[in-house]
Design a protein around this ligand. Structure first.
Ligand code: BGP
Length: 497
């Protein structure tokens, strides 16, 4: 779709930036905070880059006023942060830690004082360790109950001061990393457990949203989902079908439940065949399908999409010409025991995209993919969308006390332009929170991979002065906000002021 003139961003557009408690706060054991699964995991040898952990992180717990001041100076209209569950409830349930409540109350007040809209994420991966140890975390319905109680505490404490709420961050990412690939806590590799835990998290999400609608009627709530559009590698109909499968498996599996309360039909059938479907009771169905359980808006975290083709990698060569189009049962490609471990094999195979560049960490850079993502999600669910994460992870260098991150400006400019185009197409986009405001601890990459508008002197040996230095991108974003994203000269590559 080509527009002679692009629409303006809405006047109340929420230009913001994001963070997550474990990645910024530090103060891991201070003022009554209990441990989270990440506090333990990051201290086990070999789990994170050079053993980096969130004990100190970037010390936001003690320096939040300085950070909010920097946000205000940049002109941020919104700031997305997460609450550390174990700071509020050290054991995940039971007794409330008043010091934890006070910390977030002070932060929210500070934001409001500076006219910055707080966007509160209830759960950004740092499950209280006590719940993991007592109930096996998300593998138990007990954790659903604990989550809803925790959310209720936040609703009653902060419901009047916070309008925008995110229930759960990237459920698709933390369930696969934690239960399938074994790279996040609880470091398991069992896909059946993953689907069951994921179902319980769906229930936790639905129940919390239902409660929210009763307790905070003036507020807005939704999950933040890690969305990637899926492209077929070629126009071979088999590849197109593979892309349909991948979209269902990677995206709709979560978004359909959030917005419609039902698992997508085709994948459900496929998982039933493999005995991978979670156990779902009639009561569960009622919880998920209840209208009050559905989000008011969708948070979308966008980094990149993916490309797939029909899985024909190991197709045996068929010599008989007449039979050259014979299908090979993709299950035959997998050893018997592995068939249920890799349910996508008969559906699609992920491949590289030849048309896009990559970051130093191999993530595809695809701003058009953001426009496509926005179009797809809005068309499917017709809910307002907020981009709750998007940004470039890069090694930043300080030269003469300055950080010239023109590469980040170029990346962000392309994505802001893609949003402007999506708005012109007709998408109801209400905000953009870049990842991240300050530099922070990358879960598995320490401080080498930086995302912030504000540099923080902290290194992978976790030694640094923690001094904050606004980067070049900070000023660029300040100008974007000041012109409400409508000055096209700021959206071009090159040397912006
Ligand atoms: C998202 C997470 C964020 C953040 C970001 C960048 O998946 O929600 O918490 O970490 O990815 O990831 P990384 O630090 O691995 O580059």
């Amino acid at each position: 779709m080509y527009h002679k003139q692009l629409d303006e961003f809405p006047t109340d557009f929420l230009w913001g930036a994001s963070s997550a408690a474990y990645q910024i706060e530090g103060g891991a054991k201070e003022d009554g905070k209990g441990l989270s699964i990440w506090d333990k995991y990051a201290h086990q040898v070999g789990n994170t880059f050079k053993g980096t952990n969130g004990d100190v992180a970037v010390d936001h717990y003690h320096r939040y006023k300085e950070d909010v001041e920097l946000m205000a100076k940049e002109g941020l209209k919104a700031y997305r942060f997460s609450v550390s569950w174990s700071r509020i409830l050290p054991a995940g349930e039971g007794k409330v830690n008043q010091a934890g409540i006070n910390f977030y109350r002070d932060l929210i007040n500070e934001l409001r004082k500076n006219k910055i809209e707080p966007i509160l994420t209830i759960y950004h991966w740092d499950l209280p360790l006590a719940l993991q140890e007592k109930y096996d975390g998300w593998e138990s319905r007990k954790t659903i109950e604990a989550f809803v109680n925790y959310a209720k505490i936040l609703f009653s404490e902060f419901g009047e001061k916070v309008k925008y709420w995110i229930t759960i961050n990237e459920q698709n990412v933390f369930t696969s990393m934690g239960y399938r690939w074994g790279t996040h806590p609880p470091k398991k590799q069992n896909i059946k457990t993953m689907f069951q835990a994921n179902h319980y998290i769906n229930l936790a999400n639905a129940l919390a949203i239902t409660k929210f609608h009763k307790m905070v009627p003036a507020g807005k709530i939704g999950p933040s989902f890690g969305y990637g559009p899926v492209y077929p590698k070629t126009n071979n109909p088999e590849d197109v079908l593979a892309a349909l499968n991948a979209d269902d498996f990677n995206n709709n599996w979560w978004l359909d439940i959030y917005c419609r309360g039902k698992y997508p039909f085709f994948i459900k059938k496929q998982l039933e065949n493999l005995n991978l479907m979670p156990e779902i009771t009639e009561k569960d169905k009622a919880i998920l399908e209840n209208d009050g359980a559905h989000p008011d808006f969708l948070g979308i975290n966008y980094y990149h999409g993916g490309t797939v083709q029909e899985n024909r990698l190991q197709k045996p060569v068929i010599k008989d010409k007449e039979k050259q189009f014979n299908k090979v049962d993709p299950y035959l490609m997998q050893p018997k025991g592995d068939q249920a471990k890799n349910p996508e094999v008969p559906m699609f195979n992920s491949v590289e995209n030849d048309y896009v560049n990559k970051t130093n960490w191999g993530w595809e850079i695809d701003p058009t993919g953001l426009r496509i993502a926005l179009r797809q999600v809005y068309e499917k669910y017709q809910l307002p969308i907020m981009i709750t994460e998007n940004g470039l992870g890069a090694k930043d260098i300080v030269e003469n006390g300055k950080i010239n991150d023109q590469y980040r400006i170029d990346y962000l400019a392309d994505h802001v332009l893609a949003m402007k185009e999506a708005i012109s197409d007709g998408v109801d986009l209400i905000g953009y929170c870049a990842w991240s405001f300050t530099d922070l601890l990358s879960w598995l990459n320490g401080y080498s991979k930086r995302y912030g508008f504000v540099y923080i002197d902290q290194n992978d040996e976790q030694k640094g002065t923690l001094t904050r230095i606004p980067k070049k991108s900070y000023t660029w974003y300040k100008n974007i906000i000041a012109t409400n994203g409508n000055d096209l000269s700021l959206l071009k590559h090159g040397e912006q002021k």
